[in-house]
Design a protein around this ligand. Structure first.
Ligand SMILES: Cc1ncc(COP(=O)(O)O)c(C=O)c1O
Length: 359
């Protein structure tokens, strides 16, 4: 396959290799026991402390672990029984749909509009059942690239408080903003009803699996107990390296360099799509890794995928991000692609759309 639009991985040239090597050597020489020995299930104390300070919470409100997705699975193992109701945005992250479905949850899709979840649908679903939790990706959503507006965040936080609904806020892209101002997170608006999940996968490197969750002490305490029973200690070596990297203060410069690298790639993608496929609608992300492209009603994403595959372009299955439907949706990544790959990929996509158009 010549060009890969199927996966949204970080650009390997963004990995801060020299700093990672330096931090690896420091954590072994300075604090060998914390990085190489079994340790608390919560993760290395120094990384936990750095996160707690960043979120202005105490250490007991933090759990680190092997990727935020791994922590989400752990959370579901504690929270969910088969048949429990969970709300998700539609579309949403495909792996979360798979985890929830595998646990037998009754998953209710709340349509995602340009400015966040459809509040009327949320309220009417709520009138039917109060869910165990509502999983949301408010910043530069995977797969749509959309961001929930400040007004909708406030309304959702108020409803969550009123009905005592746990908001699971997945925020791995939050810090990678190219334009516009940062909006308050659910954790800032309603900390008592929010479990905030994030990781350094998109910021340092996914191979470190440096994920974390921040939430109320009682819930985090249950997750820590479950983590202890499941794997004793997370990947302390990698988490200590991530913690050391954060502690050394590399985050602001790394974010600036990610934005300088990825911002022009997003621009190249939107320019190329507008020029090649002017009749197609796509959301305009202000940050993150993806944009969502909507094919016209007569053209299915499976037909486009098939044609694209033959022409050398890999696309992900847009239907995977929906519980039902999604036949006309494509998730388009841009961060891990050079401008030349973006232009070539979009030229192939244009050809594939033409070929998939019914005669
Ligand atoms: C919304 C969302 N949540 C979680 C993850 C998983 O991240 P991690 O590498 O921290 O497990 C991803 C990765 O693509 C994602 O897009």
């Amino acid at each position: 396959m010549r060009i890969n639009f199927a996966r949204g991985v970080p650009a390997p040239e963004s990995f801060p290799v020299a700093d990672i090597l330096c931090c690896a050597s420091q954590v072994v020489s300075r604090n060998m026991l914390e990085s190489l020995q079994y340790g608390p299930a919560r993760g290395p104390a120094s990384f936990v402390r750095w996160i707690a300070e960043r979120y202005s919470v105490n250490d007991m409100m933090v759990l680190t672990g092997d990727g935020s997705l791994g922590l989400f699975e752990l959370f579901c193992s504690v929270m969910l029984k088969p048949g429990d109701t969970v709300f998700v945005e539609s579309p949403t992250y495909d792996r979360v749909i798979e985890i929830l479905t595998a646990r037998g949850a009754r998953v209710v899709a709340i349509a995602l509009q340009e400015d966040g979840p459809d509040l009327e649908q949320f309220k009417s679903a709520l009138a039917d059942t109060v869910p165990r939790f509502f999983y949301l990706i408010p910043d530069f959503q995977n797969p749509s690239g959309l961001t929930c507006s400040a007004e909708k965040r406030a309304a959702i936080a108020a409803l969550a408080r009123q009905h005592n609904i746990l908001l699971v806020e997945d925020a791995p892209y939050r810090l990678i903003r190219y334009t516009g101002a940062t909006l308050p997170s659910f954790f800032e608006l309603a900390p008592e009803v929010t479990l905030h999940m994030s990781s350094l996968s998109k910021i340092i490197a996914p191979g470190l699996r440096a994920g974390y969750v921040v939430g109320n002490e009682a819930l985090i305490g249950k997750l820590v107990k479950a983590a202890e029973n499941r794997y004793v200690t997370p990947g302390n070596f990698a988490l200590s390296i991530a913690g050391e990297w954060c502690r050394q203060g590399h985050l602001p410069a790394q974010l600036a360099s990610l934005i300088a690298l990825y911002g022009p790639r997003l621009h190249a993608m939107t320019e190329a799509l507008t020029a090649a496929l002017p009749e197609l609608h796509f959301g305009r992300p202000q940050g993150g890794f993806f944009l969502g492209l909507h094919l016209p009603p007569g053209i299915s994403n499976s037909a486009v995928r098939e044609q694209a595959q033959q022409l050398g372009l890999a696309l992900s299955d847009g239907k995977g991000f929906f519980l039902t439907g999604g036949e006309h949706f494509l998730r388009i990544p841009f961060c891990g692609l050079t401008v030349a790959e973006i232009q070539e990929g979009v030229a192939i996509l244009r050809r594939a759309v033409e070929l998939a158009r019914p005669a």
